[in-house]
Design a protein around this ligand. Structure first.
Ligand SMILES: NC(=O)c1ccc[n+]([C@@H]2O[C@H](COP(=O)([O-])OP(=O)(O)OC[C@H]3O[C@@H](n4cnc5c(N)ncnc54)[C@H](OP(=O)(O)O)[C@@H]3O)[C@@H](O)[C@H]2O)c1
Length: 333
């Protein structure tokens, strides 16, 4: 049995516990027909890593987390047609399969693309999961395009997803983009990314009212819990909200009077449900890579931890758990 180094959770322990993420050896994955085997050079940590880790009970098999990676193709499955050995790739992956916190990961070619050539592995690893989420929110759920008009409010504009979504909305749609920020660092970050105006998302109705006095047609929400009443005040009649968080038991009734539409976006829907359009994720990652190489979208990496081990990943989880990071935290070799 050939094994490789990986970092895994064996139980849902607090991140301050050194046993919360451990250095382990795991078997080299067996490839499914459409899989590529990737030598992972860099990963980024997302809130989903924290949610999966903290939700675990005792594990018989170590659970390898990590759903954002950049690396090099080392082998290909028998049905692979789009990628070859030696190509540099990026991807988020599939939450139902072992993640990217490992030396060698198997991932379906239909959710992988070549990485931007202008970025290092670390700079690239910051982007895939959040780019897929932002792209699907803007273009699949809200169906925006170059001719779209109106104002889009982006809550948590400096968060991982918001940082890509602001850039894609400015580059590829006609809407005015107003970004939510709490702290001064978030405010200057979203201004640098191209936001047309900034509001304080912790004082949503009053602050958004200052930059969009007539309300907004579109709202992106990574923070829906406790905010639906406010959304019903700031979103115009027949407007749209796209939400990506997990507010269990959310009551949407306040939106009825204005006939406001609610869209869910989950970037794992395609891989988890093996939808017929699975390869759209490869295609959209390729489009984002081209935008990056054209200088139209930039990496959102703000912290790079040069320690691809349990200790390095514990530090990355600790930072992401604060819920206050600007941009993305990356761990690389
Ligand atoms: N459905 C999907 O496919 C999908 C994909 C990715 C992420 N998600 C989920 O979406 C959420 C955000 O993800 P992310 O990666 O963007 O998170 P993140 O990078 O951790 O977001 C951090 C930012 O959130 C802002 N923030 C913190 N609390 C806030 C609040 N109550 N209201 C508004 N903004 C707040 C902070 O800005 P200030 O400090 O300046 O306030 C901070 O800059 C998470 O729950 C994540 O699990 C879902």
């Amino acid at each position: 049995m050939t094994t490789v180094n990986a970092v895994a959770a064996l139980d849902g322990l607090p991140i301050s516990d050194p046993a919360s993420l451990q250095d382990v050896r795991v078997e080299v994955p067996r490839l499914r027909p459409h899989d590529v085997l990737v030598r992972v050079e860099a990963v980024s940590v997302n809130p989903v890593d924290v949610k999966v880790r903290t939700g675990l009970g005792p594990q018989e098999v170590p659970r390898v987390l990590g759903w954002d990676a950049a690396g090099t193709v080392e082998a290909v499955g028998e049905a692979v047609t789009s990628l070859s050995v030696g190509e540099e790739v990026w991807y988020a992956g599939d939450v139902t399969r072992p993640g990217s916190n490992t030396e060698l990961q198997a991932v379906d070619e239909r959710i992988v693309s070549r990485k931007p050539t202008s970025l290092s592995f670390a700079e690239a690893a910051a982007l895939p999961l959040t780019s897929i989420t932002a792209w699907e929110s803007l273009f699949d759920r809200l169906r925006l395009g170059p001719g779209s008009t109106g104002t889009l409010a982006v809550l948590a504009g400096a968060g991982g997803v918001g940082s890509v979504l602001v850039q894609l909305a400015k580059q590829l749609t006609g809407v005015r983009v107003v970004a939510g920020a709490g702290k001064p660092e978030s405010r200057s970050w979203v201004e640098d990314l191209g936001a047309d105006a900034v509001f304080d998302h912790h004082d949503l109705v009053a602050s958004l009212g200052e930059v969009a006095p007539d309300g907004v047609e579109l709202l992106f929400s990574p923070n829906s819990a406790g905010n639906v009443e406010a959304f019903a005040q700031v979103v115009k009649p027949f407007g749209h909200v796209v939400a990506i968080d997990d507010p269990v038991g959310l009551d949407l009734f306040p939106l009825k009077s204005r006939s406001i539409a609610w869209h869910w976006e989950l970037m794992f829907t395609r891989p988890v449900h093996q939808t017929p359009d699975l390869a759209e994720q490869s295609r959209l990652l390729g489009e984002v890579a081209a935008l990056v190489d054209a200088g139209r979208v930039r990496t959102t990496m703000t912290t790079a931890i040069d320690d691809f081990s349990a200790a390095g990943l514990r530090e990355a989880h600790r930072l992401v758990e604060t819920g206050r990071t600007v941009g993305k935290v990356v761990v690389h070799r």
